[in-house]
Design a protein around this ligand. Structure first.
Ligand SMILES: C[S@@+](CC[C@H](N)C(=O)[O-])C[C@H]1O[C@@H](n2cnc3c(N)ncnc32)[C@H](O)[C@@H]1O
Length: 463
């Protein structure tokens, strides 16, 4: 069996923070201890290698965050503004298959692992991490997240349809989805609540009366674990008239006696107590059902639709709910220009945000074009939320030929900053973007080196 250990190279490769000690400084000269508090006070961007930045943020006392979103390079081999083709030598893997895997994944794992560890240190125990990834690396990232966060803190592997037409150039299947891996820092304290009003479709409530739309749910408990032996008080007769729909716990003129039964005729139980039926008769309806054993009268609950109704989110997120890669490019074009190859749609990030409380601190340390910042601003404006955010992006020059390079951006983080400022201007024109960077620590003053005393040939040999 292939284990994570096969892919994680020696510790030397893991320590990848850029060489030389550094510290956080703000653009206007604030120093480390002060700068962390200042960054926490409003929308913030830190430029530099995220491994070093996360370490410095922790050391400087940046407050813990409740949501981390990352969209790291997927290791696709494509030309983007940033490196997306990490490959390494085969190492000492035992079989040709393992050698192939090692070549493909080792260096990527070595890049991701310490960054996930550094990110996890900044995550509050109520918090969660969402990681975007595609089929190239989902299996590797899942193992890596299992290792860093613990398999017990795994929450979900969501399928996200970001390319509904499908990639027609692919072999065999037209890939139309990627993944979001979701892990808790500590599942026992996690405040994730993935339900939404958006997922409730009024058309799922096909009936209508003077009080509005509703659907019919059997009042009978359809789970066979619940039956007259396990729940004797819930097995009792009701009285109903299928013509008028009227239901009562007491006999009335024109009513038939209805006892709960499963489709195969076995005795069942109701979901409501007799007292609850007596108090809520107007929410019940008697109807004829045509079961396997012929027609019979059964009792249904009128389950009503309201605009506030929420529904648990499915593990499949559709482009109609989250947008698509095409819509994300169009959004960015509109806001800033065609300056980044792989932005995520703002709606995807907004949907993620709604799964957590509305006053959380959000961290994205593979910020790219800064979609996370735009999503927080837009969502705060929509629901009056008080979310704060900090993004981290590299200072490296965009790769030649990439959209950012052609757009004249000297560094990828300049794209991030430009979009974050635009979004702030639109949503909170009086607020400003706090920007900090990693600056090298001054080297300690060196002792002047005394020239060595002249030594005889004999002395030198004996040294
Ligand atoms: C896939 S993009 C993120 C796109 C982003 N979600 C968006 O919607 O625009 C990944 C980003 O991570 C950045 N990145 C890669 N390695 C990094 C590192 N070590 N430190 C900081 N940023 C890094 C890349 O420059 C790139 O902009």
């Amino acid at each position: 069996m292939v284990t994570l250990a096969d892919w994680i190279p020696d510790p030397g490769l893991r320590a990848q923070a850029p060489s030389g000690a550094s510290r956080l400084v703000s653009a206007d000269g604030r120093q480390e201890q002060e700068v962390a508090g200042w960054l926490a006070g409003g929308p913030a961007l830190v430029t530099g290698d995220n491994l070093a930045v996360l370490g410095q943020l922790t050391e400087a006392g940046y407050p813990l965050v409740q949501l981390i979103y990352i969209d790291p390079p997927y290791n696709t081999g494509n030309t983007f503004a940033y490196e997306d083709n990490r490959r390494t030598s085969e190492g000492s893997a035992a079989t040709p298959q393992l050698r192939g895997l090692a070549r493909r994944h080792t260096e990527w794992v070595a890049m991701m692992r310490p960054r996930l560890v550094a990110g996890a240190r900044l995550l509050d125990r109520t918090g969660v991490i969402y990681a975007s990834i595609d089929h190239n690396s989902v299996h590797v990232l899942r193992l890596l997240l299992d290792e860093v966060f613990g398999p017990d803190n795994f929450i979900a592997e969501l399928s996200v349809s970001l390319n509904p037409k499908g990639r027609q150039l692919g072999a065999f299947f037209a890939t139309s989805h990627e993944y979001l891996l979701v892990y808790a820092k500590d599942i026992r304290h996690c405040t994730l609540h993935p339900s939404s009003t958006e997922d409730v479709r009024p058309s799922d409530f096909p009936h209508e009366d003077e009080h509005g739309r509703y659907r019919l749910l059997p009042l009978r408990n359809t789970n066979k674990k619940f039956n007259p032996s396990t729940s004797p008080t819930l097995h009792y007769p009701l009285y109903g008239n299928a013509g008028t729909g009227q239901v009562s716990h007491e006999h009335f003129e024109g009513s038939a006696t209805i006892t709960p039964v499963f489709g195969d005729g076995q005795p069942a139980v109701w979901r409501w107590s007799a007292a609850k039926v007596a108090a809520s008769r107007d929410q019940l309806q008697a109807r004829v059902v045509r079961g396997r054993r012929g027609p019979r009268v059964d009792v249904y609950q009128k389950d009503r639709w309201s605009p506030e109704r929420t529904k648990k989110m499915s593990s499949v997120w559709l482009s109609t709910q989250v947008g698509s890669t095409d819509s994300a490019v169009a959004e960015l074009k509109e806001e800033l220009g065609d300056v980044f190859e792989s932005p995520k749609p703002v709606r995807l990030l907004r949907r993620i945000l709604t799964t957590m409380p509305d006053d959380i601190r959000v961290l994205d340390f593979f910020a790219g074009s800064g979609t996370t910042a735009v999503a927080v601003e837009t969502q705060n404006a929509a629901d009056d939320g008080a979310r704060q955010y900090l993004l981290v992006e590299d200072v490296r020059a965009p790769l030649p030929g990439s959209k950012a390079a052609r757009g004249g951006y000297a560094r990828v983080c300049d794209v991030t900053a430009a979009r974050m400022r635009k979004s702030l201007q639109q949503h909170r024109p009086t607020e400003f973007l706090r920007v900090a960077e990693l600056a090298p620590l001054p080297r300690p003053a060196e002792e002047p080196i005394e020239p060595p005393a002249a030594t005889s040939k004999r002395n030198r040999r004996s040294m």
